[in-house]
Design a protein around this ligand. Structure first.
Ligand code: ZN
Ligand code: ZN
Length: 685
């Protein structure tokens, strides 16, 4: 116990503060000779447990705490146990409370290596560290809010504090103050060693197995097993007293727990909570997962929405088995387990909804030509197809993605195909979903040059990036209000469930926006540029206006492939900035190129021109309809009301509400308006 803690305990005694607030923050427990655990009270703070394994010459640590301060406390304990240096830190998964202390280990033990699953390494970089600015904002606003409660003497529910609730609020406040100070001096210390399947560290007489048993708590959970000592550190695959499921892969978690429980263990260190002596608690978690999956599947079969399902699937026995009548566990159980579990189970059971990291699939179109296609081209936010052309010595890419994270996933997909250097990246046009990931490409492929039409270059600068500051400001204003609404017990359950899903999405978007650096094309092509690569000809051409004022098309004459950008989009065409009459003509020129394969800006690879011709005739029809409406003296509003395109809408959307909205906003209303402007003889912007 530190001097500070002792002083605090004495001060608390004098003030008549409850026992839990006087207790030390953690206990150091001996599990076997040379094997110790630092265990926090999960009912008071969110801190990952740490396993300390002292070997003949060095120390191996599992998980590094939620901050620099707590990691330093753990390091101080290690130094009371042994002067030997920490050689390895295993990060069981990417969540902050297991990785943010890495920096303290790197400072205390030069040369220490950090071990993680490769996907965890990526998630630590993309989420845990990238979120820092955002977490700083949240902590600062939380501190202000809780300090307000402490000052007025009543909590979030408006009820006056009891000694118990006041002590809890004080602990929550102090924890955040500590974390905020840590976060302000934080630097990224990512894992250095990947373990995708298993690795054994033989340290003298000690054997330490590090294994990936399958997805569960996250997509890259490692467990650490000491076979001789029969000790297992589970990471957050097992968390007590209430499990954690915000990023869970529910169905796979069941199988992963089976594999975990097959390990003969006498001592189990969970990610959070006290040391366990058998697998009974893990079995209880598995049963909760299975019951939830069954209940969600039944609700879906009845046609219930996610909100209705969340309301319906209460499973009171499951809840009581974790809460055990301790009321302070309820909020955590609801937010981090029950509602998260239902949402994730719902998404897994819903074939139409893909998890973020599974949103795209790379398919081979011809030798060395790959298309990375979105599985659901209408998913929100709409994201672009990317084409990867692997030549003899280098690589040419067509388009980036709508977010930094999504483009990072594309970079990983490219790296799985080839290590050849990327030389050129074509931005077919300026829309966000084709250009906002440019900076990720430039970071990953510094020798690459971005190519676009000169007008597209201007539009990327002014229109794609120009709106970011406004959008960031809006999100920053809206998000705290939405968080308050979500946390307000008076908010209806349905609304809360939807906020629970949307808030993390907006938070991720905000992080992206804050980290975004405008990255503009360096090479412009007003007419045509041909890249001759041993055996491959790549023509980058401007065929005329259509989707925007500066669309480039990429044509591979030998492979008979044409990459159209958003001149061609399926299933729902995009018309927000189209030049309708010219679009019709440009589509003719596109169709005349010698090609059998069309890779559109969105949607599946096409082997014929059916969709292209259908869209073209639709544009012609709308042009005729608008002309007739104008002739009859209708206003734009009246014409929009009249030209419904209901048959096409039903064909393209199947009546799905989300797709209908996209059809209406991105296509029908936009197209009618653009045709109207064009016919009114105004210059189209
Ligand atoms: Zn955790
Ligand atoms: Zn697009």
């Amino acid at each position: 116990m530190s001097l500070f803690r002792i002083h605090l305990a004495i001060a608390c005694l004098l003030a008549g503060v409850p026992a839990f607030a006087q207790a030390p923050r953690y206990t150091l427990e001996k599990l076997a000779d040379g094997v110790h655990a630092v265990i926090y009270n999960p009912e008071l703070e969110t801190e990952g447990n740490t396993l300390i394994v002292v070997n003949d010459r060095d120390v191996v640590v599992v998980d590094s705490n939620a901050g620099i301060t707590t990691a330093k406390m753990t390091i101080a304990e290690i130094r009371t146990l042994t002067p030997k240096p920490v050689a390895f830190v295993v990060n069981t998964h990417w969540h902050d409370d297991h990785v943010m202390g890495n920096q303290a280990y790197a400072d205390a033990y030069p040369g220490v290596q950090f071990i993680a699953h490769p996907l965890t390494r990526q998630d630590i970089v993309d989420h845990a560290f990238a979120n820092n600015a955002f977490v700083i904002d949240v902590l600062a606003s939380d501190i202000k809010r809780i300090a307000g409660y402490l000052e007025t003497g009543s909590g979030r529910d408006g009820k006056p504090f009891t000694p118990d609730t006041r002590a809890r609020a004080q602990i929550a406040h102090d924890k955040r103050v500590e974390m905020l100070a840590d976060r302000k001096v934080m630097r990224a210390v990512p894992p250095t060693i990947d373990v995708a399947e298993s690795m054994t560290l033989q340290r003298g007489a000690r054997e330490i197995q590090i294994r990936f048993l399958g997805r569960g708590n996250t997509r890259g959970d490692l467990v650490v097993h000491l076979p001789k000592e029969r000790i297992v550190a589970t990471g957050d695959l097992v968390v007590a007293p209430t499990p954690y499921a915000t990023n869970a892969y529910v169905r796979e978690w069941v199988g992963t727990l089976d594999k975990l429980m097959a390990i003969p263990a006498a001592t189990i260190l969970p990610g959070h909570g006290p040391v366990m002596r058998d697998w009974s608690y893990a079995r209880q978690v598995k049963s909760a997962l299975e019951q939830t999956l069954a209940a969600v599947a039944a609700a879906k079969k009845e046609g219930l929405t996610l909100q209705q399902t969340t309301e319906r699937v209460q499973l009171p026995e499951v809840r009581d088995s974790f809460m055990k009548g301790v009321e302070t566990r309820r909020a955590g159980y609801e937010a981090f387990f029950r509602t998260s579990l239902i949402r994730n189970a719902w998404e897994e059971l819903d074939a139409a909804t893909m998890r973020a990291d599974e949103g795209a699939v790379t398919t081979k179109v011809a030798e060395g030509v790959y298309a990375r296609l979105r599985k659901d081209p209408t998913a929100d936010p709409v994201d672009a197809n990317v084409v990867i052309i692997v030549n003899e010595k280098d690589v040419v890419l067509v388009d980036s993605n709508v977010t930094l994270a999504s483009t990072r996933a594309t970079v990983r997909a490219i790296r799985e195909l080839t290590d050849k250097p990327v030389r050129y990246i074509v931005n077919t046009h300026w829309h966000d979903d084709h250009v906002l990931g440019n900076q990720v490409y430039k970071e990953a492929f510094p020798q690459a040059e971005l190519v676009s039409h000169p007008l597209t270059r201007d539009d990327i600068e002014v229109r794609a990036y120009g709106g970011n500051a406004d959008y960031t400001k809006q999100l920053e204003e809206i998000l705290p209000k939405r968080r308050l609404e979500r946390d307000d017990p008076k908010t209806p359950a349905e609304r809360r469930a939807s906020l629970n899903t949307r808030i993390p999405e907006f938070e991720a978007l905000l992080i992206d926006l804050k980290n975004m650096k405008p990255t503009l094309p360096e090479v412009t092509v007003a007419d045509e540029m041909t890249l001759n690569r041993a055996g491959r000809e790549i023509r980058i051409v401007f065929l005329g206006r259509g989707n925007t004022r500066g669309d480039l098309v990429v044509h591979l004459p030998k492979e008979r492939i044409v990459i159209t950008g958003d001149h061609v989009v399926a299933p729902i065409p995009w018309a927000t900035e189209v030049y309708p009459a010219e679009w019709v003509a440009t589509l003719d020129k596109l169709a005349a190129l010698p090609a059998d394969t069309i890779i559109p800006g969105h949607g599946p690879v096409m082997r014929d021109q059916q969709h292209l011709r259908k869209v073209q005739s639709l544009v012609r029809q709308v042009m005729a309809d608008v002309k007739a409406a104008r002739g009859a003296g209708l206003t734009l509003e009246q014409a929009t009301e009249k030209i419904q395109l209901s048959e096409v809408r039903d064909q393209m959307t199947g009546g799905d509400a989300r797709k209908v909205l996209l059809f209406e906003e991105a296509f029908r209303k936009s197209l009618i308006k653009r045709v109207w402007q064009e016919q009114a003889d105004r210059t189209l912007p």
